[in-house]
Structure formats: C-alpha cells, structure tokens
Design a protein around this ligand. Structure first.
Ligand SMILES: [Zn+2]
Ligand SMILES: [Zn+2]
Length: 385
C-alpha cells in the first residue's frame, strides 16, 4: 500500500456509512462486511483479504471516538487527505483494534462471529487492547452514623470488580500450560508497517497486542485472564459529608491494565438520623423546649452541643415561640477549616400536670391579662378585602 493510497483512504466509504453515522451504525456496517470478507470465509482470495484489512482499519479508526475525531479533523484540513499518526499516542499504538467489542458485551453479535474470528485471532474473546487502559470507575455505598458524617471516619468498603482470573493467575492459559510467545510479533505485541516516509505501528493481529498466544484457554475465564472478584478496602470519608452525597475517591476503582491508571471509586453516602440534632447544610439544628415564662421574661438556657459541653443561649424577654438562635462555631466543620453554626429553635412546652401554686399563678396571669385578646387583630384582619 502506498502513502498516496493511505492518504486518500476514505474510512466512511470503506464501511459504506455516512460521515455523520452513529457508533452503532458503524459497528453494524463493520460486522456485516467483516463477516463477508473474513479470510476464513474466502480462502485463498487475496482481494477479499485486502478488503478485510481495509474494513478492519476503517473500523479501528471510526470506532474510537478520539481517533475518529482526529481523522475527521485531518480530513477537513487536508481535503480528503489523512494525516498519519506519528506515534505520539500513549503506548505508541497507532490503530486500536478492539475485537472484544464485537465478540462480547452486547451479546447481539451471536456466537457465530466469535467462532469465525477465533481461528485467526487465537480465541480473542475479551483479550485486551495493546495500549495501557485506565481501570473502570466503581460505585459503592456506605452508611454512616450522624456523628461520623460530621467528624469524618474510615469505613471498610467491599468492592466487586474485574481482576486477574484466580484459576490461571491472569495468563488465560489452562492449568499446566503456559502461553507461548507470539511468533508473529515475537512478543512485542506490535506490528510495524512502512508507508513511504511514514511508519506506523499497530497491535499485532495474531496476539491482539498481548505478545502471547494461548493454545489451551483457561476454562474458568475462557482465556481472557480476567474474572470477577471481591476485595475490601479501608477508605477515609472526609468530615462534613451529607446524606445522599456522592464522594469521589481517586484511584480506588478497578485496577488499570498494562500499566494504565486505576479508575476512581464513587461512594454514595447514607447518613443515619440523630435523636437530637439535625443537619441543614453546614449547620446543625436542635429544637429546645422552653417555658412560657422563659420566653416572656427572658432567660439563659443551656442547650446541647454536638460533641462538647452544652452552650448557653440568652433568650431576650418577649421572645416569640419558634424563634431560632444562631450559635456560631458549633456546626459542621467545612473543608476550608471554618465551622457552621448550631441553630437553636425554642419551643414552648405546656405543662401537663400543674401543682397548686403554679396553677394559681397561671390563673392570676389569666386574670391580669383578661383585657388582652390575642385574636383581636386576627379577627379584624379576616374582614379585610
Ligand atoms: Zn483463567
Ligand atoms: Zn503478536
């Protein structure tokens, strides 16, 4: 293939899709063509083989969001031309050919296609791409006590995710056998092509970039070398988290592959209720019972604080029932080191059992205030408009 051919390649035309085709359309077109031109189905037909290569290459570019974007940009810059990647990519990979994508996962490919490819790609089910790949993000949940959510805590999180297969220790080979070094790429996982002044390398098609070939696949993982497993990690939950909050813990997700970074862990936090305190953002709330006399005459009342001695709140004379007082610095500690407030709401408690002295005092109060009708204004205003 000449450089000129390469520059003039139209991957969209190769797959018979429009430039605005959705990923699903591209995948469907590729499957159909790959089936038709697969070397196993066209034994000895060199033109079919060439076509199959073109189709594969077109799909490897168009199925990768980043590569497709670069390709589109290059084409818009150079007309129909295509700027060849010059190896600046991570891991030196030019094309990134993920057959696992068609064989597994969605399930709509059917077993037939996988079997068809199997002979050429060495039971390529789920075997990985060549370049380092970031591990998947993992979601989990944690339930915290009210106090732990405020103060921060360390929790044990049980995570289930994909890791090396324990049966074959990740090699993908059946017990008693070992993978052998790929004879095509001699274990490098890369194959190189010279295209005039351009040189490109791409994952070896024989071993799909692993550098190893498995003859007898491990029955537990079908040769993929991967399996689901559980692990428990200790994780720090920062102070001040609220019920329903989702915390990101960087690098604690699924491990990366081939030296790629781990994914992130997301923890959805559930906070249990406290018998006394509530939360309102960075503030704590508490409802404090008071007597009518305390509100009417004024008083200093002790109210509970979360962690630490009770605090004294001064109630001025004539305070209405339900008024909220702010005690600064007794709330939830914020990230910047400052602290929210304790919001104290007063609520009159009406005595259920009065002794003789209290009863007569209240009767005296009633007599003394007989001229004041607290509903007078309400009744008057109800006639307005
Ligand atoms: Zn295995
Ligand atoms: Zn190879």
């Amino acid at each position: 293939m000449s450089t000129k051919d390469f520059l003039e390649k139209d991957h969209y035309k190769t797959l018979g899709v429009s430039k605005t085709a959705k990923p699903a359309e591209i995948k469907a077109a590729y499957r159909k063509l790959a089936r038709k031109y697969h070397p196993d189905a066209n034994k000895g037909d060199a033109s079919a083989e060439e076509r199959f290569k073109e189709i594969s290459e077109a799909y490897s570019v168009l199925s990768d969001e980043k590569q497709r974007k670069e390709y589109d940009e290059a084409r818009s810059l150079f007309g129909s031309g295509f700027r060849v990647p010059t190896g600046s990519r991570t891991g030196g990979g030019g094309f990134n050919f993920d057959l696992g994508d068609i064989f597994s996962g969605t399930g709509d490919a059917g077993g037939g296609l996988g079997d068809l490819f199997g002979g050429v790609f060495n039971r390529g089910r789920n075997t990985a791409q060549n370049r380092p790949r970031r591990g998947a993000d993992v979601e989990t949940e944690a339930t915290l006590s009210f106090s732990d959510a405020i103060d921060g805590t360390t929790v044990a999180l049980r995570l289930t995710g994909e890791g090396p297969c324990p049966t074959c220790h990740g090699t993908g080979a059946k017990a008693g056998t070992v993978p052998r070094v790929c004879p095509v790429c001699e274990g490098t996982g890369q194959s190189s092509r010279n295209l005039g002044s351009f040189g490109i390398s791409e994952p070896c098609k024989e071993c799909r970039g692993r550098g190893l070939v498995v003859d007898d696949p491990c029955p537990a993982c079908s040769g993929s070398g991967r399996a689901m497993s559980s692990r428990t990690i200790q994780s720090r939950i920062p102070a001040g988290v609220a019920n329903g909050q989702r915390i990101k813990i960087g690098g604690k997700g699924a491990p990366g592959e081939r030296g790629g970074p781990s994914g992130d862990l997301y923890v959805s936090v559930h906070v249990k209720q406290h018998p006394v305190f509530g939360r309102s953002g960075d503030n704590l709330t508490v409802t404090v019972p008071v007597t009518f006399a305390e509100l009417a005459l004024g008083a200093e009342v002790k109210v509970p604080a979360h962690r630490g001695a009770p605090v004294t709140v001064r109630i001025p004379p004539g305070t209405p029932n339900g008024r909220t007082f702010r005690v600064q610095g007794k709330g939830v500690r914020r990230k910047d080191g400052t602290t929210g407030s304790l919001l104290v709401t007063v609520e009159v408690m009406v005595p259920q059992n009065l002794n003789g002295k209290a009863r007569s005092a209240i009767e005296d109060l009633r007599e003394a205030t007989a001229g004041q009708d607290p509903r007078e204004e309400l009744l008057a205003r109800s006639k307005e408009a």
